[in-house]
Design a protein around this ligand. Structure first.
Ligand SMILES: *Cc1c(COP(=O)(O)O)cnc(C)c1O
Length: 427
């Protein structure tokens, strides 16, 4: 598939049926797989042969969908996970252990921040958070001898900052570690981080990739470009024998192209089991088939909404990286020339009360914690996800009491603007 354009990969990547085989990806709804001899099965357990034996580790439906996402991102290997949270946890935990350290952008998704700052810290992994806008010197100063990875989001949820991928990749590589980028909001339709030096990509497929609010899921893709063996001492998990697999060394046996995902499957999926159900993988694939058609419409609608709000007298600010004059417009043009995402955030001259009134009167846009759905959805964080925080705590989290996050769906932009207009008129 790899010579085709992204639009073709969305539709046909990952699965090419043979003569008389199903046109659509089959759902292999089976926990286990049958073998003729114990020796045959033994070879699978020793990673001597590739094949399926238990769906907690791998399932053919999942692998076909992972292969499509791999193709779309331009990677060499990929795996699906049960959620975006699992994808980010696995991607980092596959290379950072107790006593290690990771540099991460400070504007990442709240769930990922909590995973890193609270839960993984309990596991003995330390994180240093840096502003995505930091200078090269500030970024450089965040590294420690035990740093094992750098992490950021192409477009951060919900801060809508844009990561300077080349700057972060350069710093990571100067310190002999990979850059991991969560590409959920941009999707490979709008940005392929591997083309800018990123080494590993993660996704919450729950968002645009599924696109229909149908299934929670995640994905990890390896570029195959990071040379683990050149930094042997930093990555003993990949570069020294694994005694739970008869002493194989992943980076030697599976090479740069396959080591990361093979280890992640063989160790982390085996031990934690955050596998995506084959049913959900099938639904995800239906979403992927139209991703390249939906993304431009999400972006077009978001830009129309952002432009409408920008000059509205009741609006105090609009944040959208695709909007001319936005703080991240230039970076967005560099990394995502054909569009960013469908999420716009804005605030009100009338503060928190105005935001509450606005939310109350929306008719088409639904109040949900979700984003990146075909149907427009919106959230007032100060009265929902962040309601335990006072105004000072909100400010520290980069959220003002009047901020509304508005995730434009793929409806007609005129209807979305009319809905916003009538709700604004109630303030
Ligand atoms: C939603 C989201 C996640 C978490 O994904 P889940 O599928 O909800 O577990 C991670 N990163 C980003 C950028 C997200 O938007």
């Amino acid at each position: 598939m790899s010579d085709y354009k992204i639009n073709t990969k969305c539709v046909q990547g990952g699965y090419t049926p043979g003569n008389g085989e199903p046109r659509q990806i089959p759902i292999i709804q089976s926990t286990t797989f049958k073998y003729a001899t114990s020796e045959d099965m033994g070879k699978l357990f020793d990673l001597e042969a590739s094949g399926y034996f238990y769906t907690r580790l791998q399932n053919p439906t999942n692998d076909m969908v992972a292969a499509k996402i791999c193709d779309m991102e331009g990677g060499t290997a990929a795996m699906l996970t049960s959620s975006g949270q699992a994808a980010n946890f696995y991607a980092i935990f596959n290379i950072a252990n107790c006593g290690d350290h990771v540099v991460a952008s400070s504007t990442i998704y709240g769930g990922t921040y909590n995973l890193f700052h609270v839960t993984m810290r309990k596991m003995g992994i330390e994180f240093t958070f840096v502003s995505p806008d930091c200078t090269e010197e500030e970024l450089d100063a965040a590294f420690q001898p035990n740093t094992k990875a750098v992490f950021g989001e192409t477009i951060a949820n919900p801060a809508l900052t844009v990561l300077d991928i080349e700057k972060f990749a350069k710093a990571a590589h100067a310190h002999g570690v990979p850059l991991v980028v969560d590409n959920t909001f941009a999707t490979p339709v709008n940005c392929r981080p591997f083309e800018w030096g990123c080494d590993i990509v993660t996704h919450s497929t729950t968002k645009y990739m599924d696109g229909h609010g149908a299934g929670v899921g995640g994905c990890i893709v390896d570029s195959g470009m990071f040379d683990w063996l050149a930094h042997k001492e930093k990555f003993p998990g990949l570069c020294t024998p694994d005694h739970s697999y008869h002493g194989i060394t992943y980076a030697e046996k599976f090479g740069q192209a396959g080591a990361f995902i093979t280890k992640c499957t063989a160790q982390l999926m085996r031990d934690f089991g955050s596998i995506q159900s084959p049913q959900n993988a099938f639904l995800l694939n239906l979403g992927l088939e139209s991703l390249h058609v939906r993304m431009p419409r999400h972006c077009e609608n978001a830009l129309a909404v952002a432009r409408y709000l920008k000059d509205h007298p009741k609006i105090s600010f609009v944040t959208y990286p695709g909007l001319e004059g936005d703080k991240y417009y230039k970076l967005a043009q560099k990394y995502m020339p054909s569009g960013t995402c469908g999420v716009v955030s804005f605030g009100f001259q009338g503060g928190r009360t105005a935001a509450e009134t606005f939310m109350k009167h929306l008719k088409l846009a639904a109040i949900e914690t979700h984003v990146a759905d075909a149907r427009t959805c919106t959230l007032h964080p100060a009265s929902a996800t962040h309601r335990q925080m006072n105004d000072e705590e909100l400010a520290a989290a980069g959220i003002t009491p009047d901020l509304v996050r508005f995730s434009c769906g793929i409806e007609d932009a005129a209807d979305l603007i009319a809905d916003i207009e009538q709700a604004l008129a109630q303030i």
